[in-house]
Design a protein around this ligand. Structure first.
Ligand code: SAM
Length: 334
């Protein structure tokens, strides 16, 4: 298993003071640090199982740790039969080039690393982090790329130097933070003047009221992840045959009924067999019923975040995940 490379310790800072941190190794294997600490002489942050940890291991994102360790490869381009979905989505949402050698990219809330895998191939230097133990799954998936460093950290206090990244990416996560706007604004501190930020976020509109998840979540988001996973499997097993039968008769509207009943129906999304579709449905259903926070935003709200932040070249539009948005930090803001 790949661990923290000794040379990667230079990227980390104290999350509150941004003071540089020194690496003290306890157990190493060649140039990899398995166990150790990062310290500024006062605060001590453990390197545990080869990953620097800046937050308590269990926190409100615990369900994501369970989710991405249970389904570590289900959405990974290199493991899916239909392939290329994450790659397409990443480059469509960002408009970034395929090669970015010499650039530094911060990837916030990366889950098991479906987009880390694509970013790693650009040749840029990637710092990726997640609040949950999903970061362990990401490291297992992408740790072989020497241009990627991993951390378990909070989007409100990322452990890096301010204004040190050319690009920042945050996909699929802002709505799962207690304050989506606060999380977005927190990330801006780490962008160099002239740098680009790209985020996406669930969209709030009238159809949101038809989604069964919002009626189930007050209960399901409080359940232990292991129990919820068992219930999700049963729920999918109950809804699937009925809405599958309907899909055979009335087409796509049958699938919409699954969503109204609180099941993320993946059938027909890609050319895949029934077992894979069911696994994806179980993953996506768990993903929508388990998070502590699910705070979709309107287009108007996200446009206001970008305007209030004074970003240039702003583009906020309906897209993947509901809303996709990008902007550039003005040079004059330095
Ligand atoms: C739906 S997953 C998306 C993961 C990945 N970006 C993707 O698109 O596959 C949302 C992620 O946000 C992370 N997250 C939630 N709150 C966070 C926070 N305060 N700081 C960092 N990550 C957070 C969760 O742990 C989870 O892995």
């Amino acid at each position: 298993m790949p661990f923290l490379l000794r040379s990667q310790a230079q990227y980390f800072r104290h999350p509150k003071t941004t003071a540089p941190l020194e690496l003290r190794e306890i157990r190493s294997d060649g140039d990899q640090v398995v166990t150790g600490v990062l310290t500024d002489g006062q605060a001590v942050f453990p390197v545990d199982r080869g990953i620097p940890r800046f937050v308590p291991s269990q926190n409100y994102a615990r369900s994501f740790g369970y989710q991405w360790q249970t389904f570590p490869k289900a959405q990974l381009d290199s493991h899916t039969e239909w392939g290329g979905e994450s790659e397409r989505r990443l480059f469509e949402e960002t408009g970034w080039p395929r090669r970015m050698e010499g650039q530094t990219i911060l990837e916030a809330a990366s889950g098991m690393g479906r987009f880390t895998e694509i970013l790693a191939r650009t040749g840029a230097q990637i710092c990726t982090f997640d609040y949950s133990e999903a970061v362990d799954a990401n490291r297992d998936n992408n740790g072989k790329s020497a241009n990627v460093s991993f951390a378990q950290a909070d989007i409100y206090d990322p452990p890096y130097a301010h204004e040190s990244f050319d690009k920042i990416l945050c996909i699929g996560a802002l709505q799962h933070c207690p304050s989506p706007r606060g999380a977005f604004e927190s990330l801006l501190r780490f962008l160099k003047p002239g740098g680009e930020i790209v985020v996406d976020v669930y969209r709030l509109y009238w159809q949101s009221a038809l989604l069964g998840k919002y009626y189930l979540r007050p209960v399901t988001s409080r359940l232990p992840p292991e129990l919820l996973h068992r219930l999700v499997k049963r729920h999918v097993a109950w809804v699937y045959p009925f809405t599958g039968w309907l899909q055979g008769r009335i087409g796509r509207r049958g699938r919409s009924l699954s969503w109204m009943l609180g099941v993320a129906d993946a059938r027909g999304r890609y050319a895949m067999d029934d077992t894979v579709a069911r696994t994806l449905s179980e993953l996506d259903t768990f993903d929508m019923l388990s998070p502590a926070f699910d705070r979709p935003q309107t287009l108007r709200t996200v446009r206001k975040w970008f305007a209030d932040a004074g970003l240039d070249d702003v583009d906020v539009r309906p897209g993947y995940n509901g809303i996709q948005a990008r902007g550039r930090k003005p040079i004059s803001a330095a």
